[in-house]
Design a protein around this ligand. Sequence first.
Ligand SMILES: [Zn+2]
Length: 180
Amino acid sequence: MVRVTVALVNALTPGERRGRPCPPPADPAAAAVEGLRAVYPSYREVTHGEGAALAEVAARLREVFAAVAADDLDAAATQVNTLLVETGARPVLERHDGEPWHLHFHGHHDTLADGWAASCATGLAIVLGGEFADRLGVCTAPHCDRVYVDVSRNGTRRFCSTACQNRVKTAAFRARGRAG
Ligand SMILES: [Zn+2]
C-alpha cells in the first residue's frame, strides 16, 4: 500500500522531478492510471473526475512524506489521523478475480478516490506506528521533491531514484575536480 501511495504522490503532485519542473498533470486521469499501474499493471482506466479527486488525495498524502522528511512526526501522524477519520477507513476482507481472501480498506463513500485515500492513509499509519516510521522521505537531490519509501536493509536511502543518486554523485565528482 505504501508503494502505491508513493506512485500516486509522484504521478499526481506538482513540484520538481529529477532536476526538472514538474507541473500539475494536464490529464489527472492519465497520471493517476500511470501511478496505479506502476504497482497494479492491469488497473482499470479512471474517469476525469476520479483522476482529479485522486490528485487532491495525493496532495494530502504528500504532506505526510514532507512532515517525516522534516523530522516532524507529530505533524505526519496528525495528518494521517485526519485522513483516517475523514475517509472512515475500515478494513474489509474481500475475495475477487480468483484471488484468495485479502484485506481491503474502504471509506465512507464508495468512490475510487475515497477508497484509495482510506487505503493509503492506513498504509502510512502502519508505517508511522512501527519501527520504520522514518523510512518515508522526500528526495534530497537538488531540484527534486519526489517521494519514496526506503525498504533497504540499512535504511540509508536519500533519493527518489537511481537517476537522482547519479546526478548528485556526478555533481560532487565535478565539484571535487574544480576544487582540485
Ligand atoms: Zn529525485
